[in-house]
Design a protein around this ligand. Sequence first.
Ligand SMILES: C[S@@+](CC[C@H](N)C(=O)[O-])C[C@H]1O[C@@H](n2cnc3c(N)ncnc32)[C@H](O)[C@@H]1O
Length: 260
Amino acid sequence: MRIGFDVVGNIAILKFDRGVSVPAKRKFAVDYLAKHKGVMTVLEKTGKFSGRLRTLKTKWLAGDKTLEALYRENGCEFRFNVETCYFSPRLSEERKNVASFVKRGERVLVMFGGVAPFSIVIAKNSLAREVYSVELGKEPSRYALENVKRNKLIGKVHVIQGDVRRVIGNGKKVNGIFDRVVMSRPNLEDDFLDVSFRVVKKGSIIHYYGFYLEDEVNNLRDMILSRANESKKKVKILRIVKAGDVGARKFRYRADVKVL
Ligand SMILES: C[S@@+](CC[C@H](N)C(=O)[O-])C[C@H]1O[C@@H](n2cnc3c(N)ncnc32)[C@H](O)[C@@H]1O
């Protein structure tokens, strides 16, 4: 039996191969619970993250009947509902990496902020002046605000609920120039790069995440250069690095783009 695991604090989310019986899943879940002290709930992942809000479908298998996780990483604490809020513990190293790039006094914009993990890890682990977290979903935005309070970052991390296309730019809620933009995108068609180009200046850095097969990663480079051209920006792609795997031969890549 092959089983995929994601543990978010008190909740373990298991993904079974097709054909595993319900009693076998339940037995595995009960045994898992007994062996892992911090885990209080075991859920089965019954679908993939889907839709614009990247929500998840699960089924209860064992332990406390809750969907609310309390999870810690990089010296920060997050509470969220595992079905209504996208969250990937696999990005924790990536969040630490990005925080380490941030220099004193920077204004940072995190698009697709979710429950604000990138924003909070950056604010806690760098000398950024302020961080904006923009998220479409009402429910993740509510948790984002709770998490900002929980990590004592009121006034430093600003949570804005709305579509990045509608709330970012001149005369909008999120305006002015940013030194750094983090684009931990949902896996959707729209690359949203034109939105970032509205709020950057010479020297700003954009961290752009995309999903590509290894032999197609050059398409990422070409796409970024072509979008920059359309927005009349000159850019240099400093590096493209793997930031986790997302399926058969497919990887999450991060492109660090400098505005010239
Ligand atoms: C891949 S997740 C990234 C979440 C977060 N950065 C993290 O690391 O946990 C994508 C998030 O983007 C949000 N989203 C999708 N389209 C959006 C849009 N147009 N404007 C703002 N947020 C959006 C979804 O609701 C979801 O929470």
